[in-house]
Write a protein that binds this ligand. Sequence first.
Ligand code: ADP
Ligand code: ZN
Length: 734
Amino acid sequence: MPERAYAEIVVDLPLSRVDQVYHYAVPERFRTELCLGSRVLVPFGRRQLAGYVVGFRSQAAVEQVKDILDVLSSQPAFTHELYTLARWMAERYLCTTAQALQCIAAPSRGAGPRYEEGVYAAPGGGSADQERLTPKQRQVWRTVREHPGLTRAQVAALSGVTPVVVARLLEKGVLTTSRRSVARNPYPVSQTITELPRLTGEQLRALEAIEKGFQAQRKEFFLLHGVTGSGKTEIYLRAAAGALVQGRQVLVLVPEITLATQLIHQFKARFGDLVAVLHSRLGAGERYDEWNRIFRGEAPIVVGARSAVFAPLQNIGLFVLDEEHEPGYKQEEAPRYLTGDVVRARAALSKAVVVFGSATPALRTYARALTGQQHQLLKLTSRVDGRSLPQVRVVDLREELQAGNRHVFSRYLAGRIREKLDQGQQVLLFLNRRGLATIVLCRACGEALSCAHCAISLTYHRDGSLHCHYCGYRRNLPAACPVCGGERLSRFGTGTQRVEEETQRLFPGARVVRLDGDTVTGKRSHDRLLDSFREGQADILIGTQMIAKGLDLPGVTLVGVVNADTTLLLPDYQSAERTFQLVTQVAGRAGRGPVPGEVVVQTYHPDHYSIQAATSQNYELFFIREMALRREMGYPPFTTLARVLFRGRRESQVEQAAQQFRELLALPEDGRIQVMGPAPPPVARIKDYYRRHLILKAPKRKELRMLLVETLDKFEAGGRNKVLVGIDIDPQSL
Ligand code: ADP
Ligand code: ZN
């Protein structure tokens, strides 16, 4: 039997129970065409389904083997390493291998190579004929000899003639054209670096540790904890160069592509077209070309957002995860992976070094590094230029209220803004993302109404009721604050739009731009808005956390956090962590230019440890306080959480399914695995699909996973396919 007589196929099936590799015969006519990662059509039961080729064999394991029906795409969509990674994902995230592969596979739909006509000297149209050419024609001839393959328009432009002259020579047969494929380049190199900065002592030590990691030729994880402006990017760049020198490749990840432009340009400036860029906002054609450049080994450095973690590099030596704490690293559709964990798994396969970089590391990562669990801690404690971190002033909004000021801006912040505007300096106003959940806050004591069982804020619903969306607890809106008895309870949520309106009312002469999900739709419009602000075409920039991170805005001397509480009171066990991160990061935006920076943080909770720690840029203080709380409440990193999400058209069916799933859970007697719910998630209905979830909490990840697999099997065997079930391990926003 020929070696490729049979293929191993992962078929697109939604159920985990049937997640396995199936064998099909490869008909003679497909045998040379197919390769690992090809997409094929196969008979499955009475249906025809698509699947991926994941291997070949000379014999089939079973008697009755059906034929592959058709080849949908013979282009390889992944590498062997990525297939191994897909298997790992299926197990870790309880999805099917097919789902993992769909997420990993090359973008194929509607894209192909782009061709251009290049102009060349015709064979035999040689120099002898030159005598018969006009001076203009001779100039064109010389251009083509020097630069073969240019387009007609380019040849004409370079020769200083009209395209007619080029056309005439083509007619005469002196020149000829030929089709060639050209790669679309989403980020042309705009500048090049000639001189590298001298590394500081701290940078040198960090880099040395990382480079030792390369030499060891095994996986090594580093947490690079460096305050904003401490020169982490320079370390990424040097480490990347080090990896290239060793013949290894580099994968650099950023949490959101809108923030990556500066980083992309820095890498391009140093490494030119060795850099490929991958993210979902590229055009289909651009993505196709970049993917293929990487696959062919032409671009050993890849910079990209979350999905670029699956870039088809074949010999990665270095992974960089910049701003590793960011929620953007979580994939919110199945397979619901955490990019950092996928990176760890992939680094183990390719024996690579990983650098997790952040000024405000995720609690989980920092805890691992502190205890030396596979992660080494590298610290950068000072800014490279010796500039001090900005002054932070906290404004207590409760005092503003008592003074009768109900506006968005405190008297202090308004005064500072006015002064900066008078001095012709720029101001950044920062707001949390438009909160999905509305919470209720006591204006007197600043407390949010919260669930006694879960220690998270209750969510206000339109009918006037309050819900805990972890455990399902529910109550009516009380007349007075249960903590202080105050009677001014108000619903809470400040949008960027309202801030913009008040800004314009208060500072009528100021030029204001707003940057959030409403005003920004594409990568380019985001860059345009920022560029115009950087060039001084506006005075005040208002934005959500999009603007909080990674940006160099040297003209900004004042940063205002309009309301730190919108994050702090978010109904989420990570709300304090998010608040600390955001305030710290925002503060890092101020004073990057020659004028020292100044930060004003408005809050109803000036004494909260996350605000205090952020204003003094004291990560360790925050870490200790937050870890104590997490331990007490049994939240990660002391436990693993999982969320089981149920979705369906009929609310009663969804509720019933969630109840039934809960009853199917065979929980250990001693209560070490806890189940909360069913409860409605913050958004209880999306596009006419009702939603309920269960939240599980367990000390051991593995045990939790096994419990879920078992339960899922029983549940699927019951065949309730009118309700969709999704599993989210390590959910990031609950
Ligand atoms: P971080 O990523 O830690 O916030 P950056 O990498 O953006 O900090 O560095 C801040 C600025 O300092 C950048 O403009 C960078 O080019 C510059 N820089 C980095 N390292 C050095 C160095 N050793 N000497 C001088 N300037 C440096
Ligand atoms: Zn609760």
